[in-house]
Design a binder for this molecule. Structure first.
Ligand code: NAD
Length: 307
């Protein structure tokens, strides 16, 4: 890591990936299309959709925001699944909340699941299955927020280079406060897969994630370590508690830690950047990964047509 302290703006990281996508689209000459369904007036979702649309349009992707009633969402998803001109589908959650939202996540066809949140895509991630089909023509997509965080960690120089698969994070300890199926658990699995010891903390306690014996397998391990001990041991601390009142005590974060905050509100005091590297927001890279996932789906679908 070059700069040992201070705030990191992730815009150059996002631009690096977006430029790659732009070039790819110019080369192919097609028009990848993503449809996003919004069923609420949530300002956060509205802002996120606005930024996504601006980025997509600049990069040659058509982003269509559809505002519909939540009771009509299932039918709308099915229609988009069947529409050959739609390559990726996303939904702004929560819609109903709870298990009904999990059900809706799985109504989206895994082949159009641009956020990588369907059970199929998550199962494949947890079990190191790289393709959706037996013929190995359709690559799976990885949930875009965890993917964005991995890319940021890579760009900050925490991954060791020129090592064997699964070795790049050996010797690193990482704490993640959030174990949702959208971000925290897929992220813990990905980092453990690269060799890190991950302390995954949620409101009910801590579970450790580490690499299994065979590459691509992950073990969840019960642990007696406390949250405080885990944070003090970690070189990277990742925060995603969706509450403005949640702030980690600065004394629990050691000097030089890389702190990455993906929650909508900052989970640490802002002046923590005087002793750590602080990435206060990651949204721009998440949008870049959403575009990257869309390109993967677009290419999968293009390939299907030419087979
Ligand atoms: P979620 O509600 O599904 O999960 C929240 C997690 O935080 C759970 O694991 C919960 O147990 C844990 N948690 C809550 N309170 C806690 C506490 N006091 N101590 C320890 N753990 C606690 O939310 P989510 O979908 O994972 O999203 C989390 C946040 O990330 C939200 O603010 C969301 O807006 C944001 N988000 C950002 C991006 C991005 O790209 N920047 C993408 C997705 C989500």
């Amino acid at each position: 890591v070059e700069n040992k302290k201070g705030k990191v703006d992730v815009t150059p990281i996002a631009n690096f990936f977006r430029n790659e996508i732009k070039e790819q689209i110019t080369k192919i000459g097609g028009k990848p299309r993503m449809v996003a369904f919004l069923t609420t007036d949530d300002q956060g979702a509205l802002d996120y959709s606005k930024w996504t649309k601006i980025a997509c349009n600049k990069d040659g992707i058509e982003f269509i925001l559809k505002r519909i009633e939540r009771v009509d969402l299932e039918d709308a998803i099915i229609e988009a699944n069947q529409d050959d001109d739609v390559h990726g589908i996303m939904v702004y959650y929560p819609v109903f909340g709870g298990m009904l939202d999990s059900y809706l996540q799985d109504v989206i066809s895994p082949e159009k699941d641009v956020e990588g949140l369907s059970t199929t895509n998550r199962f494949n991630l947890y079990h190191n299955i790289r393709y959706l089909d037996k013929e190995m023509t359709k690559k799976c997509v990885i949930p875009c927020t965890p993917l964005a965080i991995v890319k940021i960690i890579e760009q900050l120089g925490i991954y060791r280079e020129n090592v064997e698969l699964g070795q790049a994070l050996v010797g690193k300890e990482i704490t993640i406060i959030n174990r949702s199926e959208i971000v925290g658990r897929p992220l813990a699995a990905m980092l453990a897969n690269d060799g890190a010891i991950v302390y995954s903390i949620d409101i009910n306690g801590i579970i450790m994630f580490e690499a299994g014996k065979r590459y691509g397998t992950i073990k969840m391990v019960e642990t007696k370590i406390t949250k405080e001990e885990a944070m003090l041991k970690s070189q990277v601390l990742i925060l995603g508690v969706p509450s403005p009142n949640y702030k980690v005590n600065s004394d629990l974060i050691k000097e030089g830690t890389v702190v990455i905050n993906f929650a909508g509100c900052l989970n640490v005091d802002e002046d923590i950047d005087s002793k750590t590297i602080l990435v206060p927001t990651i949204g721009k890279v998440t949008i870049a990964m959403l575009e990257r996932n869309l390109m993967r789906l677009y290419n999968n679908q293009r390939l299907k047509k030419t087979l």
